[in-house]
Design a binder for this molecule. Structure first.
Ligand code: GAR
Length: 197
């Protein structure tokens, strides 16, 4: 069984889709949800789906190896960041090389980097006048949004779209594609090969 840990900081709609997608899967399971936010909606969603949730704080994440030790003790094979907003520290990147992926709500390399998350991304896309946006699944390294791009899907940005309307389109793409992309990456073999290796 390939064991996934999903990290999320907020609502957790992607986490829920991923959990549901693999619930009946013969070889892949979401074993844990991890969050830094004790008020995150993802906690209730995970509970309702009988997936345990592990809460950690900034100090544990950045200044200790507690999270890495937890993931190792739970024999996690793949870490999936689904709306997780903290930069991943070197100890976790090193311990899970080729085994951490993130979803970003725009077409990287545009509209990525520090400060580009959630609605900030959608506002920037609309202000830029770009006629398309989309989603990017990418490998995670020590900088925001700069690892190898593994998958992208696009949608139209209508002139009348506001950030909330664009967010709905982006979430629809994420929910449709992210679980399938995770499945395909696992089937292709972990760790995910690094293009710079
Ligand atoms: C998603 O749209 C995800 O792409 C984005 O946060 C949202 C979380 O939604 N992630 C980032 O912006 C990371 N830079 P959810 O909590 O409903 O899954």
């Amino acid at each position: 069984m390939t064991r996934i840990a999903v990290f999320a900081s907020g609502s957790g709609s992607n986490a829920e889709k991923i959990i549901r997608y693999f619930q009946q899967h013969p070889a892949i399971r979401v074993s844990w949800v991890l969050t830094n936010n004790p008020n995150a909606g993802v906690i209730g969603r995970a509970k309702a789906l009988h997936v345990p949730c592990h809460l950690f704080d900034r100090r544990q994440f950045r200044e200790t190896t507690a999270v890495v030790e937890f993931l190792k003790s739970e024999k996690i094979d793949l870490v999936v960041l689904a709306g997780f907003l903290w930069l991943v520290p070197a100890n976790l990147i090193d311990a899970f090389h080729g085994r951490i992926i993130n979803i970003h709500p725009a077409l990287l390399p545009q509209f990525g980097g520090k400060g580009f998350y959630g609605e900030h991304v959608h506002r920037a896309v609309i202000e830029s006048g770009q006629p398309i946006s989309g989603i990017t699944v990418h490998a995670v390294n020590e900088q925001f949004d700069s690892g190898d791009i593994l998958f992208q899907a696009a949608c139209h940005v209508d002139r009348s779209d506001n950030a909330d309307q664009l967010a709905l389109k982006i979430h629809a793409l994420e929910h449709r594609y992210f679980p399938v992309v995770i499945e395909k990456l696992i089937e292709s073999g972990l760790p995910i090969p690094d293009s710079r290796a």
